[in-house]
Design a protein around this ligand. Sequence first.
Ligand code: SF4
Ligand code: SF4
Length: 75
Amino acid sequence: MPSSLTGSEVRYRVHLEEALCDGCRLCLPLCKQGALIWVRAERELLLDPWACDGCGACVTACPNGALSLHTRGNP
Ligand code: SF4
Ligand code: SF4
């Protein structure tokens, strides 16, 4: 982590690896930002990157490693 960044400035975004997601939906109730959206007709999880605040709650809940945190805005 660059030393010029303080803790409050570090922001993360979540990446959804769709191929690893089996649709268990354990992550859904943990997202307080409404960034995880279950599309019932498609049986598919969608991620709204604009709504995600990078809290990481969903990442720890996923049993399949389909969700991961990455730094946002870092070149
Ligand atoms: S917890 Fe993981 S496998 Fe389950 S719906 Fe969420 S991303 Fe998909
Ligand atoms: S990191 Fe937090 S805000 Fe972003 S999708 Fe996961 S639970 Fe929602």
